[in-house]
Design a protein around this ligand. Structure first.
Ligand code: FES
Length: 186
């Protein structure tokens, strides 16, 4: 009897999204994701945007954000296959760049805590176009059944191994951030 090992799906490929030290935490203010913040003694955009073709992720490329930009460079463009990567409250997140309601760039959105009577339950991103919000862990919208695709994210140490450190400690040593589309089971 012979077995054929299933070929890895192209979307199973991890894509580098940049050095961990270059993601400022966007939780410290009420600004949108993209606006620049102080990080590592520099002024850096609060997020990174990558175009990751679904059929061939090896052709992934970062979308340049002009220095000091306060709004998305992709407004009015086709946002398909773009992922938005950012750090919020010492955790890394990756979601589709395109708002699932009406294809607006969520890099113009603002992250916030979902709270109930002062207890933080989760975190979300508000799209400024019509004010809808999406949980950045589950993608669930606060309106109807719309869902924002959430990507898998991994932080690796300088040797390329999964990193188990804490962003809260503030000690970084060459870690990098990697993303891929969430894998379907089966
Ligand atoms: S386009 Fe995002 S809420 Fe409408």
């Amino acid at each position: 009897m012979s077995y054929t090992w299933p070929r890895a799906r192209p979307d199973a490929q991890w894509i580098p999204a940049g050095p961990l030290a270059q993601f400022p935490d966007v939780a410290g203010d009420d600004g949108n994701l993209i606006q620049p913040r102080r990080c590592d003694a520099k002024s850096l955009p609060g997020c990174r945007i990558l175009h990751v073709p679904k059929t061939d992720p090896s052709k992934a490329a970062e979308i340049a954000i002009p220095a000091g930009a306060a709004t998305s460079p992709t407004e009015g463009q086709d946002l398909k296959d773009q992922v938005l990567v950012f750090r919020y409250r010492d955790r890394m997140h990756a979601v589709d760049h395109q708002c699932p309601h009406n294809a607006y760039p969520l890099s113009n959105g603002t992250a916030f805590d979902i709270e109930d009577f002062g207890v933080v339950l989760s975190a979300a991103l508000t799209c400024p176009k019509h004010g809808w919000s999406f949980d950045i862990f589950t993608g669930q919208s606060d309106r109807g059944s719309y869902k924002l695709p959430v990507w898998e994210i991994q932080v690796r140490d300088a040797h390329g191994d999964p990193w188990s450190g804490s962003l809260r400690s503030g000690t970084l040593n060459g870690e990098t951030v990697w993303v891929r589309r969430r894998q379907r089971i089966g």
